[in-house]
Design a protein around this ligand. Structure first.
Ligand code: NDP
Length: 316
């Protein structure tokens, strides 16, 4: 099968598009024929080696397609089922092995591109607003990279819950997208200091990391929650917990979807909500571009070059 992988960590030029053996499912696994794979920032962390894995590292942590074969003890899916999943690495390929419990059956009305676009960023936005900090009507939140894949979904879910949303974005075009998604206010943080307008927030959802972390703390009300959930600009440097006290007895968490979709019940709650809302038109996906799997390197360059908004997909 064709797959996209790295043997040496580094830039997008290190991505290989070449043949690898098609794997066979063992107990508890399903082999999925990938119809579309979602591109996520986590792919860049695995490519550069920021997140550890043993080479060859096949990229892609999200996909949709058809079950081709199942291993022993798999009862929740069978060959021919249309499925989607997130947080199992290896979707940037024609076939991927996935722990069967992580597969969600796609309703007939949801096509593969939608399924692949919805799962990882949709479930992430879901856990951030329902579980990490359960937003209530009237709460205020600051969302960085608000026109990104997670960002546009986070805005919409925060608004469904009645929160006030301030978003930050890199340029005017992205500002319009964030506004259209429902943000009450949008700050172009490449031009403007976001700490001036974003004050007294209940929660900051910060996926940018290194370049925004310290200033984000200044946007919180006393005892507010700093949710540092990504490293798009680089990992947050070491810092002294005493700072949290000085800035108002703040709380800090560094969550991962893996721990918030940790069992079949939680996974089916989050994925079910996301897919239902998409089906009902309550949640809109913004697909930036569909690339051929062979062009994965270009997708990586566009994503890390801040040229994209919403979702990028790879199609074998
Ligand atoms: P995005 O579509 O949001 O792309 C990243 C965005 O970050 C860019 O478009 C850019 O938006 C912004 N950004 C700011 N500074 C930089 C920089 N120096 N280099 C690159 N980008 C920068 O990606 P995703 O939606 O895939 O992921 C968003 C974040 O969420 C990532 O940090 C990812 O790791 C994290 N994440 C975390 C999860 C978790 O469970 N912890 C799960 C899923 C995602 P702008 O130009 O507007 O600044």
């Amino acid at each position: 099968m064709k797959a996209v992988f790295v043997e040496q960590f580094g830039g997008a030029e290190n991505l290989k598009y070449a043949e690898l053996p098609t794997p066979a499912p063992t107990a508890g696994q399903a082999l999925v024929k990938i119809a579309a794979a979602g591109v996520n920032y986590i792919d860049i962390y695995f490519r550069t080696g920021l997140y550890p894995a043993t080479p060859p590292v096949v990229l892609g942590s999200e996909g949709a397609g058809t079950v081709e074969a199942v291993g022993a003890d798999v009862t929740n899916v069978k060959p021919g089922d249309r499925v989607a999943y997130a947080m199992s690495r290896g979707s940037d390929a024609e076939f991927a092995l996935v722990p069967a419990w992580q597969l969600v059956k796609l309703p007939p009305s949801v096509d593969f591109n939608t399924g692949a676009a919805a799962m990882l960023q949709g479930m992430t936005a879901h856990y951030l607003v329902y579980s990490t900090y359960p937003l209530k009507a009237g709460d205020s939140c600051l969302i960085h990279a608000a026109a990104g894949g997670v960002g546009l979904l986070l805005i919409q879910m925060a608004k469904m819950l009645g929160a006030r949303v301030i978003g930050t974005v890199g340029n005017e075009e992205k500002a319009k997208l964030a506004k259209d998604a429902g943000a009450d206010e949008v700050i172009v943080y490449t031009k403007e200091d976001f700490t001036v307008k974003a004050k007294g927030m209940h929660v900051v959802y910060d996926s940018v990391g290194k370049s925004t972390f310290m200033q984000s703390l200044d946007c919180l009300r006393p005892r507010g929650l700093m949710v540092s959930y990504g490293n798009a600009s680089g990992p947050v440097p070491d810092f002294a917990p005493l700072i949290l006290s000085q800035k108002g007895s703040l709380f800090l968490t560094r969550p991962s979807l893996a721990h918030y979709a940790a069992n079949p019940e939680e996974l089916s709650w989050r994925a079910g909500d996301v897919l239902n809302w998409i089906g009902q038109g309550k949640l809109k996906l913004h697909i930036h571009k569909v690339y051929s799997l062979a062009d994965a390197a270009q997708a990586h360059r566009d994503l890390e070059g801040r040229k994209t908004s919403g979702k990028l997909l790879l199609v074998p």
